[in-house]
Write a protein that binds this ligand. Structure first.
Ligand code: SF4
Length: 65
């Protein structure tokens, strides 16, 4: 299964929870102080879903392809 991951950067508050839980998929931009997605298409389901569930503003969207 391939997952497509996107972040709504307008909503992101820069808490870095997603980066800590799933560093191969999520990165952090020190200039904008927002998270970004390294790998938009990934098979790392558990880590991605944990990160999406941990996001305090629910701005990580995960879609199955
Ligand atoms: S968990 Fe959500 S709010 Fe926190 S850095 Fe990641 S995308 Fe932004």
């Amino acid at each position: 299964m391939v997952l497509t991951v996107t972040i709504d950067e307008d909503e992101c508050i820069g808490c870095q929870s997603c980066v800590e839980l799933c560093p191969d998929v999520f990165g952090f931009d020190d200039e904008t102080e927002k998270a970004f997605v390294y790998k938009a298409h990934s098979g790392e389901e558990e880590c991605i879903e944990d990160a999406a569930a941990a996001c305090p503003v629910d701005c990580i969207e995960v879609e199955e392809e």
